[in-house]
Structures are given as structure tokens and as C-alpha cells.
Design a protein around this ligand. Structure first.
Ligand code: NAP
Length: 554
């Protein structure tokens, strides 16, 4: 990275040019504000810029994993498949950037290092790693929930001469696995997508699995033109019902009407009805499997029935019963780690060139120059792929050294876990706004519709403040405490806290174990936000810069 030493002043600085940052910039411009987006990558795309591993594709029907804010855009853009692959998502976001001429306000290849709040002027000063400075009234973090990849510390790894890759930071030129003996560590959503593709390309693939995950087939297919035309007519209704939380989680399959709305409790279905419902959803494909019964994430009985169904499928698909058993999750409620959506995952373990190593039985001891040594054996590899996930939800925010009122550090404030009001702001850090921050539903479901809702909330709040001549907004401490309490309480009513998931920060050694997303669903969350607005942005303290400075000076 070269030193650029640019210095500018704008109304708003946005960090990140993925789905959230692009739409935020678009809305800020509509408000007549000057804005700059700072992006570490060389192009737009965020997650879809970095995650280019083989098999990377959307785990939600992409027609709904797309912007709804512009009617012409959603009518004109053509998705080729139900679950678009990374290159198509990248093309889409690139198209959006070009279509709305967003690139001129984005600094690429630039990473934000620090953000400091100046109480006297009620403004933020952002410094980049390459020496730029930006002064802005509003600092908006659109940094993504899954953007800081993590590779675990394993003895010998730093010293190995073997090529090592992480799925979340994949080389743009791709990796040619032809003729290679490949190791992959990690069997979450990324590993589950990469494993079938790498197995097809490599001479041999060894899968190092610590915890088996539940996954359901995507049943991906090209879009049928007639069906797609019909869907486009239904976009307004589909998006309305998705935003209202009437269709399960990510919003699929794409059909309004009772068939795919939240259904009945498992106790109200007979054995045959249960099986038929699961089977129908399994055949159709996609993560809406977990919407089969309304209580799958709250009732152990319902959850166990869904989990049993999937375990039954594993034993049908995987020919070797011992391997099938190793692949079968037990003791972790289905859906409490994000349910993966795959393309031939379990069948991949029937291939002659695929080996499964169960790390619960034989943990990794070290990485050497020739491969991986476990406690019981040693295997030679030419390359190691880490699909070991992310420092999720707080990682990208806390990577920036952020100081608020009185020089308080956000890292210190969140040392025991993130504290926000609605996942949008955190007390003591005025004018710092988070898009899909911890405490919002964000990652539970279709993140694009959550992003749109947050961006619109933020834009409306800034417009309202401007209309009142206010330029300082801060989360009220009591409102924040009550919200944190509510997020925790709501999570405790579900089975979610039972899994060591990244939702809880449990995948990062030393990270506080706090359930970070709001589990009440987008429908309820939206109602709460609408009420906050109706009550004059209740829970947000608002004022004028000089008044705040006077207050700060006492
Ligand atoms: P992840 O769900 O956190 O999975 C990481 C995997 O690495 C787990 O199997 C974990 O095992 C394993 N692991 C971690 N540390 C390890 C160690 N020291 N030794 C051995 N194994 C280790 O990460 P991810 O698969 O990248 O997915 C993260 C999230 O990204 C997903 O939940 C999803 O929300 C999103 N995602 C979405 C898509 C999509 O839209 N299509 C695709 C990929 C990812 P343990 O379970 O034992 O910790």
C-alpha cells in the first residue's frame, strides 16, 4: 500500500463498499450530502469480492438476495440461477456501482485504521493505513459481519512452506488443484460449498472435520424464464412479506401465499405430516427447510425431528455407514449454527479420492512442510485450505481503532461483548452508525433485506435531524441497556445459545460469549424500529453540535 496523504472533509464517511456501503452512498447522495466510501478491496462487492473459493455461491434464492430499492434495477437485472455463484453476484454489484455512478465517491485499496470523535465539532476524523485523513459529521460502518477471516493457530503453520489459503480471502487468479493432494480444514458453510468442487478438481482431498454441520441441498437450477417473469411481477408483494417476516427467514421459495408462510407447531402435525413437510422442503431445496415448523428453533422435540430427518438423509446418501455417522451432527440443535445449503456435499464422501478425518477422534498436532500430522497419523498434502470462518459481527468494527467521547475506546467498551441500541448505534460514540451491527437481526436470514432496512432507517434519521437543524445523534444509555437485555432475553428463549457458533463468538478463542444477533425476526424488528420512529426516534438523543460541546465541557 502506498502513502497517498489525501485530506478531505465530507458530510459522511462510509466504510465498506459491499451491499451495505453501496446502498448507503446512494441514499446519502439522495439526501444531498457529500460522502466518501473507503474500501480495502480493489473493487466493490464486499463479501462477494473476497470470497471467491470454488463453489462460493449464495445460500438464499438470489432474486430476493438483491436490492429492492429500485424498481427498474430489479426488473432489468436477470439472475441466471436460483442460487447465483460468486462471479454473478460480483457482476451484479459492479453493475449497481456503474448504474448509479457510485465509483467516483469510492476510494479503493484503502483501509481505515482509526476513527476518532471530536466532541467540540461533533465530527469524526478517519485515518487510513495509507496516510489519508477524512473529516466527516457522520461515520457509517458498512464493514460486513463476516469480513475478518480467521486461521487458527496450529503448531508449524507459520513455518510451513506449503501454500495456505483461506476461503474468505481467495486469490483472484484462482487456484488450480489439478493433480494436487489437498487438505481442507473446516466444515461450515464455506467448507461445505468448497469441498464438492475441490474434490472434482483435485487428485485427492482430505477433509479435516472438527464438528459436523447440518446441510440441506440447494437444488440449484437455471431460472425458468416463465417462472422468473411471474416472480418479477410479484416482487413488491414478495419483498413486503419478507420484510414483514411473513415468509421464513431468507425469503424462499419465492411464492407469496400460505404454502410458504410460517407454518404450524410440530405438535399439531402427525408423524406422516411431519415427514411429508420435511421431504417436500428437502426436495425443493434451500434453507427454508428450517421453516417447516414454527418451533424448530425453540422446541427440542421439533428440532430433534428436523435433525433426525437430515441424519436419515445422510445415512441414505453416504454409502459407508461409519463415514455417515461421522458426518452426522449430534448434540447441536439444527439451525443453531447457520444451516448450510449445499450442492452434493454428502455424496462427495462416496468418491474414491475423498478422505474424512474426524478431529474429535484424532486432533491436529501440527502442520509440517509436507502436510498435516494428527495425533494418530500423518498425511502428505500439496496445499492446505482453511475454511475456518470469521471473527464475525464485531471483528471488522473492532479492527478499526475507534475512540468516542472523552477518548473512550470502543474495543474497551465492548470488551465483554458488543453493546448497541438496535444494532445501529452505541452510547458514547455519537454520529457513529452501524449497518446491520450486533444487536440487529442482520445475519439471521437474508442480510440484503436487513441492510436495506438499516440503510433506509439511517438515511431517514439523518434527514429528520437535518430538518430539525440537529447534527448530533447518540444512543441513549438506558435505551441501549434495555436493548442489550432484550436481545439476550430473546436469544435465551431459543435453542441458539446451545451451539458453539460464531453468533456467540464461540469460534474465536478468548472472545466473550454473547449472543450477538437479534433473534426476534425481521418482522418484529421492523415493527420496533417503526415505533421508535413514530415516537420521535425514541432512545436516540439528538441535538446541535455546539450545544453538545457545551454540555461536554460541563
Ligand atoms: P464457520 O461456519 O465458522 O465454520 C468454520 C469451520 O471451521 C467449522 O467447521 C469449525 O469447526 C472449523 N474450525 C474452526 N477452527 C478450527 C480448528 N482450529 N480446527 C479445526 N476446525 C476448525 O465459517 P464459514 O464456513 O466460513 O461460514 C461462516 C458464515 O459465513 C456462515 O455461517 C454463513 O453465514 C456465511 N457463509 C455464507 C455462504 C453463502 O451465502 N453461501 C457461504 C459461506 C459462508 P467447529 O464447528 O468445531 O468450530
Amino acid at each position: 500500500m502506498t502513502n497517498s496523504n489525501r485530506e478531505i472533509a465530507v458530510d459522511a464517511i462510509v466504510v465498506g463498499a459491499g451491499f451495505a456501503g453501496l446502498y448507503m452512498l446512494y441514499r446519502l447522495r439522495k439526501l444531498g450530502l457529500t460522502a466518501k466510501v473507503i474500501e480495502a478491496g480493489s473493487d466493490v462487492g464486499g463479501t462477494w469480492y473476497w470470497n471467491r473459493y470454488p463453489g462460493a455461491r449464495c445460500d438464499v434464492d438470489t432474486a430476493m438476495y438483491s436490492y429492492g430499492f429500485d424498481e427498474k434495477l430489479q426488473q432489468e437485472w436477470e439472475w441466471s440461477e436460483h442460487y447465483a455463484a460468486q462471479p454473478e453476484l460480483q457482476r451484479y454489484l459492479s453493475h449497481v456501482a456503474d448504474r448509479f455512478e457510485l465509483r467516483s465517491d469510492i476510494w479503493f485499496d484503502t483501509r481505515v485504521a482509526t476513527a476518532d470523535y471530536d466532541e467540540r465539532n461533533a465530527s469524526w476524523t478517519i485515518a487510513t493505513e495509507s496516510g489519508d485523513t477524512v473529516h466527516a459529521r457522520w461515520c457509517i460502518l458498512a464493514t460486513g459481519n463476516l469480513s475478518v477471516g480467521r486461521i487458527p493457530e496450529i503448531p508449524g503453520l507459520k513455518a510451513t512452506s506449503l501454500p495456505v489459503y483461506h476461503t474468505g480471502n481467495w486469490p483472484h487468479e484462482g487456484v488450480d488443484f489439478t493433480g494436487l493432494d489437498v487438505a481442507i480444514i473446516g466444515t461450515g458453510s464455506s467448507g461445505i460449498q468448497a469441498i464438492p468442487e475441490i474434490a472434482k478438481a483435485a487428485k485427492h482431498l482430505t477433509v479435516y472435520q472438527r464438528t459436523p454441520s447440518f446441510t440441506v441441498p440447494a437444488n440449484n437450477r437455471p431460472r425458468d424464464p416463465a417462472e422468473y417473469a411471474e416472480l418479477k411481477k410479484l416482487y413488491p408483494e414478495l419483498r413486503r412479506s419478507l420484510y414483514a417476516g411473513e415468509i421464513y427467514g431468507a425469503g424462499e421459495p419465492l411464492e407469496p401465499g400460505s404454502r410458504f408462510r410460517r407454518s404450524v407447531a410440530i405438535a399439531d402435525a402427525s408423524e406422516d405430516e411431519r415427514r411429508a413437510e420435511f421431504q417436500q422442503r428437502w426436495d425443493r431445496g434451500g434453507g427454508h427447510f428450517n421453516g417447516a415448523f414454527v418451533d424448530i428453533l425453540t422446541s427440542e422435540t421439533a428440532n430433534e425431528a428436523a435433525a433426525d430427518f437430515v441424519r436419515g438423509k445422510i445415512s441414505e446418501i453416504v454409502e459407508d455407514p461409519e463415514i455417515a455417522e461421522k458426518l452426522s451432527p449430534r448434540g447441536i440443535p439444527i439451525g443453531t449454527k447457520r444451516l448450510a445449503v449445499d450442492d452434493g456435499y454428502y455424496a462427495t464422501f462416496n468418491r474414491d479420492n475423498v478422505t474424512l478425518v474426524d478431529l474429535r477422534d484424532d486432533p491436529i498436532a501440527e502442520v509440517t512442510d509436507s502436510g498435516v500430522r494428527t495425533e494418530k497419523s500423518e498425511r502428505r498434502h500439496d496445499v492446505i485450505v482453511f475454511a475456518t470462518g470469521f471473527d464475525a459481527m464485531t471483528g471488522a468494527i473492532l479492527k478499526i481503532d475507534i475512540t468516542g467521547c472523552g477518548g473512550a475506546s470502543l474495543r474497551e467498551k465492548w470488551a465483554a461483548g458488543p453493546r448497541t441500541y438496535l444494532g445501529l448505534m452505541t452510547h458514547g460514540f455519537p454520529n457513529l452508525l452501524l449497518v446491520t451491527g450486533p444487536g440487529s437481526p442482520s445475519v439471521l436470514g437474508n442480510v440484503v433485506c436487513h441492510i436495506e432496512q438499516h440503510v433506509e432507517f439511517i438515511a431517514d434519521m439523518l434527514a429528520d435531524a437535518a430538518a430539525r437543524g440537529e447534527d448530533v445523534i447518540e444512543a441513549d444509555l438506558a435505551a441501549e441497556d434495555a436493548w442489550v437485555e432484550r436481545v439476550n432475553h430473546q436469544a435465551d428463549q431459543t435453542l441458539y445459545p446451545r451451539a458453539n457458533s460464531w453468533f456467540l463468538g464461540a469460534n474465536v478463542p478468548g472472545k466473550p460469549r454473547v449472543f450477538m444477533p437479534f433473534v426476534g425476526g425481521i418482522g418484529l424488528y421492523r415493527q420496533i424500529c417503526d415505533q421508535v420512529v413514530a415516537d420521535g426516534y425514541a432512545g436516540f438523543e439528538r441535538g446541535k453540535a455546539n450545544q453538545s460541546a457545551q454540555a461536554a465541557r460541563g
